[in-house]
Write a protein that binds this ligand. Structure first.
Ligand SMILES: N[C@@H](CCC(=O)N[C@@H](CS)C(=O)NCC(=O)O)C(=O)O
Length: 203
């Protein structure tokens, strides 16, 4: 069993943080997405979406999509629970993880990929106006998270979850996207300082 990843890319980091929180050690195989390694016939046979991360099981099964990989490990190692507890708790974590993934992570990704000339060969067509259009979406979502974190310790309530991992990686991805976030978001800053201090954040 191994995970194919690109070290600097944000989605593989979500999986590494998740595994570190669970105390699971896994071998990683690095491939270079900037050099076109994901477009080869060999990698495309593993993941037709040409994206990392991918978990390769010993029987050859390939599991792509960050949340699918995390769910696989949650099933095998339920503690600490990172997808919530009980029907309502799991639904709540799912709700917040999807909100953060679609509302923040995706918007930051669009800013980065559509405005950075180095990403032109991966993001085609690169539409600068779409990158710009996503900047207010990022700030709207940060405003919402700031209100949530005024009332709760973590994004999905009082327990650390995959929603915190997705939000941490999305917010850290704002740096290479040249987006500022701290000003006016004191509760997000309190939360970010805390989750960044967990050993898993270095994964
Ligand atoms: N929905 C996928 C997205 C994975 C993804 O976009 N990965 C990026 C790295 S963070 C990638 O492989 N990019 C390669 C490319 O754009 O060609 C997931 O959740 O894992």
């Amino acid at each position: 069993m191994r995970i194919i990843e690109t070290r600097k890319a944000p989605n593989p980091r979500r999986v590494r943080i998740f595994l570190t929180e669970k105390g699971i050690e896994m071998p990683f195989e690095g491939i270079d997405l900037m050099a076109g390694d994901l477009k080869t016939p060999e990698f495309t046979a593993i993941n037709p979406m040409q994206r990392v991360p991918v978990l390769l099981l010993d029987d050859g099964t390939a599991i792509a999509e960050t949340v699918a990989i995390c769910r696989y490990f949650e099933e095998l190692h339920p503690e600490p629970a990172l997808f919530g507890r009980g029907a309502a708790g799991r639904a709540n974590v799912e709700m917040w993880n999807r909100r953060v993934e679609q509302g923040l992570f995706a918007a930051v990704t669009h800013v980065f990929r559509h405005l950075n000339p180095k990403m032109a060969h991966l993001e085609s067509p690169q539409v600068a106006a779409w990158g710009e259009a996503n900047k207010p979406k990022v700030h709207w979502m940060l405003g919402l998270l700031d209100k949530v974190l005024a009332r709760h310790h973590y994004i999905a309530g009082e327990e650390y979850s995959i929603a915190d991992i997705t939000a941490l990686v999305a917010i850290d991805f704002m740096k290479p996207a040249h987006l500022e976030w701290r000003e006016g978001h004191a509760n997000v800053a309190r939360w970010h300082d805390e989750v960044s201090g967990r050993p898993s954040a270095k994964a």
